[in-house]
Design a protein around this ligand. Structure first.
Ligand SMILES: Nc1ncnc2c1ncn2[C@@H]1O[C@H](COP(=O)(O)OP(=O)(O)OP(=O)(O)O)[C@@H](O)[C@H]1O
Length: 420
């Protein structure tokens, strides 16, 4: 059964060239606006217990869609149906009264979400503890920083145990430690078979937290499907665009090549190489998502060459929390590793064999990357799926290959002296 059903939704905003046109339109009853089609023909379902990520460029219409879901905006056409109690975390500070203290706002918000006063009393301490705002909870929220606002709003929205949680980009505001807590809380929420819609520019969080992802482009659904696939294709699209911007010099160089080759009418320059996948394999070549400490493993990226005479420099990194590189392996430092020139259409498989996996605990991703010939612009990157280190005995984050030796010198023992 679905908890959210969106059918053929359109949303237009009226744009007035001058503020007074709005009034004139009312008075003269003649249109003085133009319609801006922010969302067009949006349809999707979220099944009970499932989570949907909404991704897309700035201005694609994500926040507008979230507001339609929670009912703060009405669609111009089409229908939105949500079953059950919805808690939302949308615009910063929305739903808070700025003059009230954090504590009063807990009551205000929770009762708006339909929680009876007695229940709010029981939740109050947990909400405050989760938000870590004990010292500020009796201050008016207008004195809060944006991070403090989000802490309180997130704590309230998740603590009141709604059926559907709608969160717009909230994680970006908090610090890393609080982000981790939020992700944990959202995962617990999923385990309780509640539904969630989560809008974010963090592809990592969308991949980790959402079953399905919806890619909005200029107000229309470009793709919807398993979050891993959609995120990968969106990253591909972003990477190719990044080449045109941060890699302008590089792209121009190729554009010039084409002009010189008499091929001026060709489409804009494309990046030299596109990564098809990044995976970790065991020594028998099987893809693995779990690894034992000290296991011999292979990091692999597969790429397609998209331009003739391309020089590509490959690299890998093991990433924990996607913030921290724990080790890297870069061909830019290694003249012995093949770097081309490659031919357009070639499929290249690059492997690095690690004789021992020295991480002892936790989860990580393998990041595969391709740099241009300057070695400075990593214009294409692709993450593997999450890989877990199998539980094992020991302490500390690392394990090193080791051998033991015990040497016994018996020359001073009694046995030795009596026998001599
Ligand atoms: N009330 C409004 N009146 C007119 N235009 C609006 C209104 N609200 C949003 N828009 C426009 O609608 C488009 C989509 O905005 P929206 O905030 O939904 O995008 P978004 O995908 O959430 O962007 P971002 O990633 O930057 O947050 C933008 O061009 C924005 O300027």
């Amino acid at each position: 059964m679905h908890s959210i059903a969106v059918e053929n939704v359109f949303k237009d905003f009226r744009i007035y060239a001058r503020p007074q046109d709005r009034l004139l339109e009312l008075l003269l009853r003649k249109p003085r606006h133009r319609d801006f089609h922010v969302l067009q023909d949006i349809s999707f379902n979220v099944l009970e217990g499932k989570s949907l990520g909404i991704i897309g460029d700035n201005g694609a219409g994500k926040s507008t869609l979230m507001k339609l879901l929670v009912g703060t905006l009405q669609p111009t056409r089409g229908s939105v149906d949500i079953r059950g109690q919805v808690a939302a975390l949308l615009e910063l500070g929305a739903g808070f009264h700025p003059e009230f203290s954090g504590r009063r706002n807990i009551y205000l918000n929770a009762s708006l979400l339909g929680v009876p006063d007695d229940d709010i009393e029981a939740l109050e301490n947990d909400i405050i503890a989760f938000s870590e705002l004990e010292d500020f909870i009796d201050q008016p929220v207008k004195t809060y920083s944006s991070g403090m606002y989000v802490r309180l709003a997130f704590s309230i929205a998740t603590m009141v145990r709604p059926d559907v949680l709608v969160i717009d980009e909230a994680l970006a505001v908090g610090d890393i430690a609080f982000q981790k807590k939020c992700v944990q809380r959202m995962n617990e929420f999923r385990k309780q078979q509640k539904s969630m819609v989560f809008c974010s520019h963090s592809m990592y969080h969308v991949q980790e937290l959402c079953d399905t992802a919806l890619w909005l482009e200029k107000g229309r659904i470009r793709e919807i499907g398993p979050s891993e696939d959609i995120v990968a294709r969106y990253e591909d699209y972003c990477n190719s665009r990044r080449v045109y911007t941060t890699g302008e010099a590089h792209a121009n160089e190729h554009a010039n090549d084409k002009v010189l080759a008499g091929d001026a009418a060709e489409a804009p320059a494309v990046k030299d190489c596109r990564i098809i996948h990044t995976v970790m394999r065991d020594v028998d070549g099987n893809e693995i998502r779990e690894v034992e400490p000290l296991q011999e493993v292979i990091l692999e990226l597969k790429a397609e060459v998209q331009n003739d005479a391309a020089h590509c420099y490959f690299g890998f990194a093991l990433m924990q929390d996607l913030e921290e590189i724990v080790s890297s392996y870069l061909a830019t430092d290694r003249p012995d590793v093949e770097n081309g020139p490659f031919k357009k259409g070639e499929i290249i498989t690059v492997q690095v064999r690690l004789s021992a996996m020295t991480l002892r605990v936790g989860k990580f991703h393998v990041l595969g990357g391709v740099a241009d010939d300057s070695g400075l612009l990593w214009y294409e990157t692709r993450l593997s799926k999450e890989i877990t280190i199998k539980p094992n005995k020991g302490l500390g984050p690392y394990v090193m290959p080791s051998t033991w030796d015990v040497v016994r010198d018996m020359s001073n023992t009694e046995d030795q002296s009596s026998s001599s």
